[in-house]
Design a protein around this ligand. Structure first.
Ligand code: SAM
Length: 285
């Protein structure tokens, strides 16, 4: 059970009132103020002893406090909203030497350079940048990456896309890229009413554990291009959809052994990898 009562830190409601942290929609701010809930998310990230946790968007610090109380050796928290920094400094004072606060945009931050040793990424992500952040972590080179796991909160609909198997309408770019290099799983939902202010929809905590080796060999950049093109017009057959990638998709499909009348959502992750390899090896003038 998370317990930071001995730290003398005020309740999160008091923190918000004291520092005037009224939530800004433009920064995707929906705060979790229940320390039991943030404790549950921190515990979902597994044992944190000896681990540096990178947290994106600590806000008033509910999850940050839980990660420290659950025994993270160090938390590196990247926050864009200057107004949150004094509240985070108070947490840092309560956990001396264990919290590093980085003021900045997580999309522009080289997170790997902030950690030495074992690391995990845990975050209640700002919804507006959740997908580009995840894609960036999945495209990390070399693989296996510098982090041991990602424990992240997404809108439920995005979580469903991350774990979706081929064949359905949730299956797309996110699912292929996530399942290519990690084992993703939905852990639990969090009701919208748990947030201040409540967002429109339910959220889901997702765990992604890197596979030691990707599901099939492929160049990450080529895979991303092929997948984006194939799902760009998902209702079309691949022989037509892939025209945004190459003028004549037939030779590519042929060398990957894929029926040109197939649609993107019918391809397995391994077939997308074959297509990405065929694209990488394509003859060029
Ligand atoms: N972790 C807190 C919690 O669980 O209550 C806050 C989560 S809130 C959904 C998202 C947080 O991300 C906000 O504190 C927001 O200011 C921050 N944020 C938004 N855009 C960001 C960016 N580009 N880089 C870093 N932090 C960002």
């Amino acid at each position: 059970m998370t317990d930071d009562r001995d730290t003398g830190l005020p309740s999160l409601r008091e923190v918000i009132a004291q520092h005037g942290l009224d939530a800004k929609k433009s920064l995707g701010q929906n705060f979790l103020l229940d320390l039991n809930l943030t404790g549950r998310i921190a515990r979902a990230a597994g044992p944190l002893k000896g681990i540096t946790v990178v947290e994106v968007g600590p806000g008033p610090g509910g999850l940050t406090r839980a990660l420290l109380a659950e025994g993270a050796e160090h938390v590196v928290a990247v926050e864009r909203d200057k107004r949150c920094l004094p509240a985070l400094e108070d947490i840092s004072a309560a956990y001396p030497g264990r919290l590093t606060i980085i003021e900045g945009d997580a999309l522009e931050t080289d997170m790997r350079s902030l950690v030495a040793g074992r690391a995990k990424i845990v975050a209640n992500l700002p919804y507006n940048i959740a997908t580009p952040l995840l894609i960036g972590w999945l495209q990390t080179e070399p693989w296996p990456p510098w982090y041991e796991s990602l424990t992240l909160m997404f809108q439920k609909e995005v979580a469903e896309r991350i774990v979706a198997p081929p064949g359905g309408k949730s299956y797309g770019r996110l699912g292929v890229l996530a399942q290519w290099r990690t084992r993703p799983r939905m852990l639990f939902d969090i009701d919208r009413r748990a947030f201040t202010p409540p967002p429109a929809i339910t959220s889901t905590v997702v765990e992604l554990v890197p596979l030691p080796k990707p599901a099939a060999p492929a160049d990450p950049r080529c895979l991303e291009l092929v997948v984006a093109s194939a799902f760009g017009q998902r209702r079309k057959m691949l022989r037509a959809a892939l025209k945004t990638l190459v003028p004549d998709p037939l030779p590519l499909l042929q060398s990957a052994g894929i029926d040109p009348t197939t649609r993107a959502e019918q391809l397995s992750v391994a077939q997308f990898c074959l297509l990405a390899e065929a694209y990488r090896m394509r003859p060029r003038d």
